[in-house]
Design a protein around this ligand. Structure first.
Ligand code: HPA
Length: 272
């Protein structure tokens, strides 16, 4: 595995020269607009990178973008890999390992999710303070490579407390609503039944989605600090549950991505 990570990273370096990103950013469904804020130096299609999986889902275009955001060097995954697409957990997290190999010091992640906290509304943004992994697997299952991280990694601080603090201050200063909550990850691809949404709330969740947790587990295994936000695209709250389609999710995410982009840009510019 280490060999394929190194080969992918070497290929990317052969394309980007001495550009060294300080942070990696993974953009969720309908949240690709952050790329418009980047002064782009290089773009690489996933299909050109050795060992990289190729994205299949609508709304994910599958490119690695290198450039400046808030004056800092970043690399952005426009399009991510989901377990429901049929990838193994190891494939889902492979790009995170490659980004770490390329030298990133921080990982930012975004996703679209269903709100189960009754105070949430469509279009709200929630930063993750913690998560509950209900995916049927874990990317670290299998032989552990000690060069990547320990067999039994600590998860006492899945999301970086300092960044959460800075994001909270930023939202207060800018006077916008930024929730803090627990993200529950599920396999999908079905959205939840009403009883399942209720269960997510009972176990302590504020939002539910089909991504992010594998990447964060993999990043924390390698000691990489993480910050993640969910854009609430639909509600799994009793009395407010409506039929959901992927198009609804994309439309709601596109509207809220301005806030998400502002938070990421601020944290990267001022606190990285
Ligand atoms: N459930 C799971 N994943 C999601 C949802 C949801 O309601 N909305 C967007 N991604």
């Amino acid at each position: 595995m280490l060999q394929s990570i190194i080969e992918a990273a070497d290929f990317i370096r052969s394309q980007t020269g001495d550009f060294k990103a300080e942070a990696g950013i993974i953009l969720g469904t309908g949240l690709g607009g952050l790329v418009r804020e980047i002064e782009i130096n290089h773009t690489i299609s996933y299909e050109d990178i050795p060992h990289f999986p190729v994205s299949t889902v609508e709304g994910h275009s599958g490119k690695l973008i290198f450039g400046l955001l808030g004056g800092k060097r970043v690399m952005v995954m426009q399009g991510r890999f989901h377990y429901y697409e049929g990838y193994t957990m190891q494939q889902v997290v492979f790009p995170v390992r490659v980004m770490k190999q390329l030298g990133i010091r921080f990982l930012f992640v975004s996703n679209a999710s269903g709100g189960v906290n009754p105070n949430y509304e469509i279009g709200d943004v929630m930063m993750l303070t913690d998560h509950i992994n209900l995916l049927p697997s874990n990317p670290l299952i299998g032989k552990n490579d000690p060069e990547l991280g320990p067999r039994f990694p600590d998860m006492s601080e899945p999301y970086d407390r300092k960044m959460i603090h800075h994001a909270r201050e930023f939202a207060l200063y800018e006077d916008f609503k930024l929730h803090e909550g627990v993200y529950v990850s599920v396999s999908g691809p079905c959205f939840e039944t009403p009883a399942e949404y209720k269960y997510m709330r009972i176990i302590g969740g504020d939002a539910v989605g089909m991504s992010t947790v594998p990447e964060v587990i993999c990043a924390r295994h390698m000691g990489l600090p993480c910050f993640a936000v969910s854009v609430i695209t639909d509600l799994g709250v009793e009395g407010k549950i409506q039929e959901v389609t992927h198009q609804d999710v994309i439309a709601a995410a596109s509207k809220a991505e301005v806030k998400m982009t502002a938070i990421f840009r601020h944290l990267i510019a001022k606190h990285l």
